[in-house]
Design a protein around this ligand. Structure first.
Ligand SMILES: NC(=O)c1ccc[n+]([C@@H]2O[C@H](COP(=O)([O-])OP(=O)(O)OC[C@H]3O[C@@H](n4cnc5c(N)ncnc54)[C@H](O)[C@@H]3O)[C@@H](O)[C@H]2O)c1
Length: 259
């Protein structure tokens, strides 16, 4: 068993299920003391109890500044420091541009971009105090390509990708490594909510590896970026997407799927 995150205090937001939960498990396997924070407080506590190893479950709404401040206070009180942030809490969105309501735009941007900013800033301030850390923000392919229904969600994720670059520039002097993971289509509850059958068929056609990814495949990339092995990887967006982003024409396929 490798212990690439031995004794690190690692915060995973949105860790009650999906990509966050898989990453919390991977961090624990690598020796970290994991804090699972989620708006689903019961789910966060349950997941932490299952992890064992001193893992902590905390309730937080990342879109609420007071809630973020309370979470940081709880973690620092219980664990003394924050070394790693997997900045993952997010909500999907799949509304056509012409129908998108301002309240939905604000909710999605508020969680996926403003929330990620508030958590990252609060954690970075703690990391400065202990001489460094690792931050991985969770962006998306939807922030890189214009997909149906992704006006709010894609804009928030594109903003997060740019924020990562600014953070990398400003936080380097504090020995804080900042990177992005941009997942493609990953098999989670969010994908079940946002992807109807036609969307699934289109993804499977457009992804060279012809399948959705698993949460564990994101977790493996996260462990690498949060480990010392990635110490000179900085301000980078690592796409974990089965080749979706880089694919051009794929001649082997006979025809596009019927919708
Ligand atoms: N699944 C995909 O295909 C995919 C693709 C690209 C990016 N992503 C991103 O990966 C991240 C995780 O997605 P997932 O598929 O595991 O989703 P998921 O819905 O399975 O899990 C998201 C978790 O975040 C929590 N959460 C939601 N709003 C919150 C808030 N305001 N405060 C705190 N916690 C909150 C939820 O309770 C849930 O436990 C998200 O940022 C998502 O945008 C997912």
């Amino acid at each position: 068993m490798t212990q690439r995150l031995l004794d690190k205090v690692a915060l995973v937001t949105g860790g009650a299920r999906g990509i966050g939960l898989a990453t919390a498990r991977a961090f624990a396997r690598e020796g970290a003391r994991v804090v699972i924070a989620d708006v689903n407080e019961e789910g966060a506590r349950k997941a932490a109890a299952e992890l064992g190893g001193g893992a902590l479950g905390v309730g937080v709404n990342v879109a609420d500044p007071a809630s973020v401040a309370a979470m940081i206070e709880t973690i620092v009180e219980a664990c003394g420091r924050i070394d790693v942030l997997f900045n993952n809490a997010g909500v999907g969105g799949n509304t056509p541009f012409l129908d998108l309501k301002l309240e939905d735009w604000n909710r999605i941007v508020g969680i996926n971009l403003t929330g990620a900013f508030m958590v990252a800033q609060a954690c970075a301030r703690e990391m400065v105090k202990v001489g460094g850390g690792k931050i991985v923000n969770i962006a998306s392919l939807s922030g890189q390509r214009g997909g149906n229904g992704r006006a709010a969600y894609g804009s928030a994720k594109a903003g997060l990708e740019l924020l990562t670059k600014v953070m990398a520039v400003e936080l380097a002097e504090h020995n804080i490594n900042v990177n992005n993971i941009a997942p493609g289509a990953i098999e989670t509850e969010m994908a079940k909510f946002a992807h109807d059958q036609a969307t699934r068929a289109a993804y499977n056609y457009l992804i060279p590896m012809t399948r959705y990814g698993t949460p564990e495949e994101i977790a493996d990339a996260a462990v690498f970026l949060c480990s010392d092995e990635a110490r000179y990887v900085h301000g980078h967006t690592l796409n974990v997407d089965g080749g979706f982003r880089e694919a051009g024409l794929m001649f082997k396929r006979a025809a596009p799927p019927a919708a």
